[in-house]
Design a protein around this ligand. Sequence first.
Ligand code: NDP
Ligand code: HSE
Length: 395
Amino acid sequence: MKIAILGYGTVGSGVGEILTTHRNTLSVPLELVAILERKEQLHRHPLMCDNIESILCDPEIEAVVETMGGIEPAHTYILRALKAGKHVVSANKAVIARYAQEFHNCAKEHGVSFLYEASCGGGIPWLHQLHSVKRIDEIDEIEGIFNGTSNYILDHMTKESQTFQHVLRKAQELGYAEADPSADIDGMDILNKLRISIMLAFDTAVAETIPVFGIRNIQKADLLYPETADYVLKLLAVAKRSGNHYDAVVEPTLCPLSSPQSAVRDHYNLTCLHGTTIGKLCLLGQGAGKFATAHAIVQDLTDIVLGTAYDSPSFAQSLTYDGTILRSAYIIRTTLGKSQLQSILGKHLHHCDTFAAYTYAHTDVLYKAKMHQLMKEIVNADAQAFLMALAQMEE
Ligand code: NDP
Ligand code: HSE
């Protein structure tokens, strides 16, 4: 199959290298014939051009890999490639989370595949796993660590005496972060992945209203104090189905040291589902990075050639969002009083059975404490009180 790659950055060049230098180990013939890049980049590779028309109008090109990122022109190019009868494989969760239904309809109409394994969990075959489990089970919960950059930041801030900004720069140098890393830090990248995962797991279109809290305001103390009480702070995404409703949230969460989430290091992700007969199933792997992500793309291309590509989601369920299904205890570091805190939390309080607030710094940050006991009262005190509250919750 002849392939064009749109965007030859971290992931695109990883695909290019697998298709060329690792050609001998591929199980099906995949040939890179064109690369779209910007004019000033054309010297980097003999196959590069800056004219999308030459790719879309070339009848020999059967598949297009979109690794440019962003919404436009990615949205337009994907649609045009599908309409030209070309299979499309994309890693671009931002555009997929927004336009998946349109892409799937278009692919179906033109008898081609639209696949995007690399968009969620990097090299983890997470979307394949959702499809595979769904052949037998109903999936009622998905949960996990879905962002390599933010996990790398939290892990390295905890283990080493490095600042947030320093660790973020390292994650950018390693090719894990988005072009605008605020998507990683503020949880929007995870939200996109969660929306794609909900769509596939629950076969439904996804509402816009999922609450998202990131790690922008996390300080070293926020990581160290929970650690002394045997908890590790992780940025988790969770979605749960109940009847015709579902709830979902992205938020920093205290995970017990004994949990699998707490052991996830560096840029690794842990993606979990719960199905009727399989029960809980978790996959651990590199959630970001050049070759792991490129591997997922080449897997999709291989499935297209072998005719083993999975079906589009049916969108047969019309589940509605219900923000009261997921409930937890929360711990909030704040300098604010209870009433100010309540007005800030406002619409998110439906997720919250009770919450505790403590003060030792000047930025407000929200944790979801995954503990079964509920906090009974507001603790607006110092870090010592926070530790005591944690200890009481464990009793
Ligand atoms: P990069 O920024 O490294 O690469 C994107 C490349 O596409 C750049 O060279 C960019 O050029 C080029 N490009 C963008 N727009 C155009 C355009 N209109 N015409 C021609 N070239 C264009 O990003 P990544 O490789 O990291 O990510 C690509 C996609 O894969 C994103 O959607 C990302 O979310 C996703 N992804 C990334 C992962 C990772 O680990 N990095 C993992 C999983 C998914 P320029 O720099 O000049 O804009
Ligand atoms: N920026 C993303 C991350 C890339 O760090 O997880 C992988 O989707």
